[in-house]
Design a protein around this ligand. Structure first.
Ligand code: FES
Length: 140
């Protein structure tokens, strides 16, 4: 039974769940941090509903990285846009928990909806991608 500790504003909250027994919250991948948080009343932001289209569910893994699913390319691409990115960063909606883990929820997360910036689904954050997709400038 995985034990998951969330560090929120310096305070630890530890929850446990049994594999295959959580009711799927339809937020993020089943048994991801976001799914566990939604089930067990942990306040983890999730502006895109857990579809890997924002960074509000950003968590920093303090212990137990080996107990998480591997990172897919779409998660890595999205994480590149996260504020305060670290080598221990994961998206809470994409990282599936397979054993004991401790994560910290960063003080600031980028919540496009609450900050009024609008979500730009599918827009690449890769350098040069925006320039390549722009229409040629028209000079007058
Ligand atoms: S909730 Fe948007 S990427 Fe995880």
């Amino acid at each position: 039974m995985p034990k998951v500790t969330f560090i929120i504003d310096g305070q630890e909250r530890t929850v446990e769940f049994e594999h295959g027994k959580l009711e799927y919250s339809h937020h993020g991948l089943p048994e991801s941090f976001l799914d566990v948080a939604m089930n067990l009343d942990i306040p983890l932001e999730h502006a895109c509903g857990g579809s890997c289209a924002c960074t509000t569910c950003h968590v920093i893994v303090r212990k137990g990285m080996q107990n998480l699913s591997g990172m897919e390319d779409d998660e890595a691409d999205r994480l590149d846009t996260a504020w305060d990115l670290t080598t221990e960063s994961r998206l809470g909606c994409q990282a599936i928990i397979r054993g004991d883990v401790v994560v910290e929820i960063p003080m600031y997360t980028r919540n496009y909806v609450q900050e009024g910036g609008g979500i730009q689904l599918g827009k690449s954050s890769r350098p040069g991608a925006a320039a390549a997709s722009k229409s040629p400038e028209v000079s007058s």
